[in-house]
Design a protein around this ligand. Structure first.
Ligand code: ZN
Length: 88
């Protein structure tokens, strides 16, 4: 089985609410919400990766340090965010 990888840039800003922020991580192929987001990367090179629970597409979203911090402090509902410990 081949996995498609989609790359994008996070589009939310500091004023956006949780719903808008999490919408940045919806699957690029089918718009399903991720159940797990893995956040990696050094300061200045943060990226979030999630595997779509519906279609299996790998979605990768790059973001600023401020956006990563916002994701960290967010009320994330049913979406679990894993922070790779070596980077924090
Ligand atoms: Zn999908």
């Amino acid at each position: 089985m081949s996995t498609t990888t989609m790359q994008d840039q996070a589009r939310f800003s500091a004023e956006d609410c949780a719903t808008v922020v999490l919408a940045s991580f919806a699957c690029r192929a089918c718009l399903a919400a991720p159940d797990l987001i893995s956040l990696k990367g050094r300061p200045g090179a943060r990226s979030a990766t999630s595997c779509c629970p519906r279609c299996g597409t790998l979605n990768r979203v790059t973001m600023s340090d401020a956006q990563a911090f916002q994701l960290w402090t967010l009320q994330r509902g049913n979406t679990f965010v894993h922070f790779a410990p070596e980077y924090w």
